[in-house]
Design a protein around this ligand. Structure first.
Ligand code: AP5
Ligand code: MG
Length: 214
C-alpha cells in the first residue's frame, strides 16, 4: 500500500498514521518528524528548516522534495509507505509523481482528513508528544499516562501565532493538491471530527475499496 495522509495542522495525520501502519506493516514517513529530527541533530538541512518551521511557514520545496524522495527509495519502502505531511504543494505532488513513475509504481490512495478551522487551535496547543515512544497525546482529548508526564514535549510551532500561519499556508498551498489527486481518482475524504477511534474506523472503511498495486 502506497498512500498519503493530507489534512490541516492538527487534523490527526500523525495520530492516525501511527495506528494504520501497524495493520499495514509499512513505514510511517512524516516530513515534519524528519525535519524536526534534522533540527534536533543540527544538520545543515535542520538549520535551513528551523526558522521556517518555528514561524509556521513551509520549508522550501527544493529542501523537502529531495529529503522525502530519498527516504521512499529505501529498501523498507519497497512494499509501500504512508506519507504524512508530504506532498503539501503542487510542485511536491508533481515531483512525487515523477519519482514513482520512474520507479514503475503508483499511489494506491490519498486520504484527506477534514477538520474545520475552528477546532484546530485547541488540538494543536493541547498536543504533547512522548519523545521516548513517539506517542502523540492531547491534554484533554487523549491525556498522557502519569509516568510519561515528566518527559513530554510541546512542539515549538504549537503556539497560537504559528498555528494560524500554518492554517493559512495549508489553505493557500496545500488545498490545491486535493483536486490533483481527486482527478486521478485516488482521493478519499474522511470526516476528522470525532474520537480518534471513530476517525480510524472511517479511514479503514474508506480504504477497504482500494485495490493495492505492485
Ligand atoms: P507537520 O509536522 O507535518 O505539521 P502539520 O501538518 O501542521 O500537522 P501536525 O503534525 O501539527 O498535525 P497532525 O495532523 O499530525 O495531528 P496530530 O495527529 O499530531 O509539519 C510541521 C512543519 O514542518 C510545517 O509547518 C513546515 O514548516 C514543515 N514541513 C513539514 N512537511 C513539509 C513539507 N512537505 N513541505 C514544506 N514544509 C514542511 O494531532 C494533533 C493533536 O490533536 C494531538 O494532540 C492529538 O492527540 C489530537 N487529536 C488527534 N486526533 C484527534 C481527534 N480525532 N479528536 C481530538 N483530538 C485529536
Ligand atoms: Mg503530525
Amino acid at each position: 500500500m502506497r498512500m498519503i495522509l493530507i489534512g490541516p495542522p492538527g487534523a490527526g495525520k500523525g495520530t492516525q498514521a501511527q495506528r494504520l501502519v501497524q495493520s499495514f506493516g509499512i513505514p510511517h514517513i512524516s516530513s515534519g518528524d524528519m525535519l524536526r529530527e534534522a533540527v534536533a541533530a543540527g544538520t545543515l538541512l535542520g538549520r535551513t528548516a528551523a526558522g521556517f518551521m518555528k514561524d509556521g511557514l513551509l520549508v522550501p520545496d527544493e529542501v523537502v522534495i529531495g529529503m522525502v524522495i530519498e527516504r521512499i527509495a529505501r529498501e523498507d519502502c519497497a512494499r509501500g509507505f504512508m506519507l504524512d505531511g508530504f506532498p503539501r504543494t503542487r510542485p511536491q505532488a508533481d515531483a512525487l509523481d515523477v519519482a514513482l513513475t520512474h520507479s514503475g509504481v503508483g499511489l494506491d490512495a490519498v486520504v484527506l482528513i477534514e477538520v474545520p478551522d475552528a477546532l484546530i487551535l485547541e488540538r494543536v496547543t493541547g498536543r504533547r508528544s512522548d519523545p521516548q515512544t513517539g506517542t502523540i497525546y492531547h491534554l484533554r482529548f487523549n491525556p498522557p499516562p502519569p509516568e510519561a508526564e515528566g518527559r513530554l514535549v510541546h512542539r515549538a510551532d504549537d503556539t497560537a501565532e504559528a498555528c494560524s500561519a500554518r492554517l493559512e499556508k495549508y489553505h493557500r498551498e496545500t488545498t490545491p493538491v486535493v483536486p490533483f489527486y481527486e482527478g486521478k481518482g485516488l482521493l478519499k475524504r474522511v470526516d476528522g471530527v470525532g474520537s480518534p477511534d471513530e476517525v480510524l474506523l472511517r479511514i479503514s472503511a474508506a480504504l477497504q475499496t482500494v485495490q493495492t498495486t505492485n
